[in-house]
Design a protein around this ligand. Structure first.
Ligand code: IMO
Ligand code: MG
Length: 414
């Protein structure tokens, strides 16, 4: 068994799916271990564009098995929509798509609660995707959740739905209707039910690829709390979200060549100016899940060193380098300046501190050339190579993949 993990190392939207798509060719099984349909993973194959929210992007390869592990939260109605949309593009699911029985179900009431929390002016607004993710994980930890495997045991399901309705003071009269809808969705999804820990344990001669969603700075424990998502997005999330307990052989950390963030929360290198707008336009930085314009800024190596550490990354995939063509200079933040003017290269644990740090930049010369058709690292403009080398030098990790466009073949492997 050989295993690779592809993990977002910033605030999500690092173009992980593109890297998964490139690396999935060498693997047999693609597994998601956390998050839900808050993710938005876009892949371009030829002229066709696919957007995934729940299903691992490996499904585009007809011979790969795709899995949703126990750590993923599943909106069954949205999942059915996503499966149907892909089936209509001739993608086959039978005998190659599986869901762990332990994965929690996102209920309509979770989406309602997500919206309510976000609208309540007395509570901290997170800027969530309003997909019910936080409330669903909360219920999992409160032991009031409903799991995928429960959908197939009608009496037990009814018992569980009554329990969660009572917990949230929801009208009991609606229990039967919700049970009916869940049972109906369950009938369509039952063919995908599997005990994933046993399945992975038996795949001794296979290559497994773990596909991360969101990013390390959105991790529930190590991210910029409370402006985070509610799951374990880092490498440590893999065993708890799948039951696969062996060492991961290759951890690929995905970084954008600049930084972006959607939703609220601190962002030290954010550019609220023309340069930020130029990055947004050139990088088409609008959310694929909610359509929101993404906040844009320079590469933050203080944050990057931190996320590289907490993920134990072996190599870097640097994406969207093509977007940085046409800037006179490009900046990398390698220190934060604190309130007392002291400098630090430690990522603060508190948002309160992160809000007020000022970035200290290394300024590098930019490059004019369009690099989107370049296939070999050596053919990149000198200044683009220097930019990549600087990131390697600061992070002390090799950049083994450079992405210069959305398509599979717009990838430089070193
Ligand atoms: P991918 O997988 C970027 C952000 C939301 C919000 C916070 C909490 O495409 O990288 P949630 O709905 O998860 O409770 O929202 O997390 N967020 C993402 N940002 N990319 C994502 O996924 C995200 N998923 C959630 O904007 O700030
Ligand atoms: Mg996304």
């Amino acid at each position: 068994m050989y295993s690779t993990a592809v993990l977002g190392c910033a605030w999500g939207d690092e173009a992980k799916a593109k890297i998964v798509d490139v690396l999935a060719g060498e693997s047999d099984i693609v597994v998601r271990f956390q998050g839900g349909n808050n993710a938005g993973h876009t892949i371009k194959v030829g002229n066709e564009k696919f957007v995934f929210h729940l299903i691992p992007s490996g499904i585009l390869y007809p011979d790969k098995i795709c899995i949703l592990g126990s750590g993923v939260v599943i909106d069954p109605f949205k999942l059915i929509e996503e499966i149907d949309a892909l089936k209509s593009k001739n993608i086959i699911f039978k005998n190659r798509f599986f869901i762990d029985a332990r994965a929690h179900i996102v209920l309509p009431l979770h989406k309602e609660l997500d919206g309510k929390y976000e609208q309540n002016s007395k509570q901290t607004r997170i800027g969530t995707t309003k997909r019910g993710i936080g409330p669903c994980y909360s219920d999992a930890y409160a032991r009031t959740g409903i799991r995928f495997g429960d959908l197939f045991k009608t009496d037990y399901l009814k018992n569980r739905v009554s329990n969660i309705f009572s917990y949230h003071n929801y009208p009991v009269k609606e229990v039967d209707l919700v049970v009916k809808k869940l049972t109906k969705a369950g009938k369509q999804l039952e063919q995908y039910l599997k005990q994933i820990p046993y399945f992975l344990d038996e795949c001794t001669d296979k290559h497994v690829l773990f596909e991360g969603a969101q990013g390390a700075l959105l991790d529930i424990n190590f991210g910029t709390y409370p402006f985070v998502t509610s799951s374990h997005t880092i490498a440590g999330g893999i065993p708890i979200g799948t039951g696969y307990a062996k060492k991961i052989d290759r951890v690929v950390g995905v970084f954008k060549s600049y930084y972006t963030r959607v939703g609220e929360g601190p962002f030290p290198t954010e550019l609220n100016n023309e340069t930020g707008n130029k990055i947004r336009t050139r990088g088409n930085e609008f959310g694929s899940t909610t359509g929101r314009p993404r906040r844009c800024g320079w590469f933050d190596a203080v944050a990057a060193k931190y996320t590289s550490m907490i993920n134990g990354i072996d190599e870097i995939a640097l994406t969207l380098l093509d977007v940085l063509s046409g800037f006179e200079t490009v900046n990398i933040c390698n220190k934060y300046i604190l309130k007392n003017n002291e400098e630090t290269d430690e990522f603060p644990y508190s948002n309160f501190d992160l809000e007020i740090v000022k970035p200290k930049y290394i300024e590098l010369p930019g490059w004019e050339e369009d690099i989107s058709q370049i296939k070999n690292f050596d053919d990149l403009p000198k200044n683009a190579k220097q930019y990549v080398h600087k990131i390697e030098e600061i992070l002390k990790v090799k950049v083994s993949i450079v992405s210069v466009g959305a398509k599979r073949d717009q990838t430089i492997i070193r």
